[in-house]
Ligand binder design. Structure first.
Ligand code: SAH
Length: 348
């Protein structure tokens, strides 16, 4: 829902301003038509129905993996592709992976999104509409900005969306913004913004290797980024989640675990999430399970809290780093449904 257009339209019609919050509350609770909004006058509902689409995003394709992970490919009104993912966990958790940009201007070598053309920043409404799409399917309670794009390059819209996520069922504590280490953004979050969580995509504990994997490291080197993260952690009294992609023979050696543990002092300020590499066209290979386990053990021995991320939705290319807005069916078998107005959800 284009919330700015909603307010402008209500103004034109001469409807009282509280109508905007009434509409929003219905949307946030998963309404899929104006007809459901029974506390609005019928004439107003009809007018809105005729003039304001329920979503700023059109669903282009949907796919569901066997593990219950669901991916949606949307198009903005100007035709830019956007992807978002719903992860369903056994304990009942429903977590959304949201995009902040169409494509991404950064060029991390391992990530599929970095290889597609950068479109533009998404508006707050376009970010929220990803969440509302899934909210219409079922209640949701967690969100991570780990879809397409770098949230810190579009921080105003990301924070505006975060302000409204609690209405959708996702509290600030259950919202995380993930960054490549875009320093001005981290600095801004130290002082301002809602108490959402912070995640840092680190992937290497030395500048030379990190710059090779993530060219943005040339601009904002490790020491500065980690210093800002420590400050954020101290100010917010929360650990920063460190994402560390496990790449075979690249960053998964014992000495690199030791270097990582040293870089992450004080250990209370960080929590490491080791990420099994999801295949893309990068030519890189993921570490073996044994290597990931050994790396984790080396970190824990040194007092660094570390977990291994569960991989979800790989067969539909919905996993970390695989979002690249391909409309065709993925190489591996998943069930893909092209969404028409009545399309049933594909089931894995
Ligand atoms: N630009 C932000 C938000 C995207 S988060 C950031 O980089 O933090 C997406 C996460 O998935 C990042 O941690 C990214 O490094 C990771 N990722 C990228 N490609 C991946 C791949 N092929 N397999 C697993 N994780 C990947």
């Amino acid at each position: 829902m284009d919330l700015e257009r909603l307010e402008a339209l209500l103004g034109d019609i001469g409807a009282p301003p509280f109508r905007a919050s009434q509409v929003w509350r219905w949307m946030a609770r998963g309404a899929s038509s104006y007809a459901e909004m029974t506390n609005l006058p019928a004439a107003l509902r009809a007018r809105l129905d005729a003039e304001l689409p329920l979503s700023t995003l059109a669903v282009e394709a949907e796919a569901t993996a066997r593990d219950g992970t669901e991916k949606a490919l949307f198009a903005t009104a100007d035709g830019k592709p956007v992807e978002a993912v719903l992860m369903r966990y056994r304990d009942g958790r429903r977590s959304l992976c949201l995009s902040s940009q169409s494509g991404c201007p950064l060029t991390c070598t391992f990530c599929a999104t970095g290889r597609m053309r950068f479109g533009r920043n998404l508006t707050a409404s376009e970010i929220l509409d990803q969440a509302l799409h899934f909210r219409r399917i079922e209640p949701v309670d967690h969100a991570v900005f780990m879809g397409m794009g770098e949230p810190m390059l579009n921080l105003d819209a990301v924070l505006a969306a975060c302000e409204r996520l609690p209405d959708v069922g996702i509290s600030h504590r259950r919202t995380a913004i993930s960054t490549v280490g875009w320093l001005p953004g981290i600095e801004r979050l130290i002082e301002h913004g809602p108490p959402v969580r912070l995640a840092l995509s680190l992937h290497a504990a030395d500048d030379a290797l990190r710059s090779e994997l993530m060219p943005v490291n040339e601009r904002y080197p490790l020491t500065d980024v980690l210093a800002a993260c420590r400050e954020w952690s101290a100010a917010r009294r929360q650990p920063v989640f460190v994402e560390y992609l496990m790449l075979d023979g690249v960053n998964d050696r014992y000495q690199q675990a030791v270097a990582l543990a040293d870089a992450l002092e004080p250990h209370a300020a960080f929590k490491v999430n080791l990420i099994p590499y999801n295949p893309t066209e990068s030519g890189l290979r993921g570490s073996t399970r044994a290597a990931i386990q050994a790396f984790r053990d080396a970190l824990e021995e040194r007092g660094v809290r570390a977990t291994v991320r569960l991989t979800r939705g790989r067969e539909i290319e919905a996993a970390c780093g695989q979002l690249a807005a391909r409309t065709g069916p993925p190489a591996a078998a998943g069930s893909v449904a092209t969404a028409g107005p009545t399309s049933a959800l594909a089931s894995g």
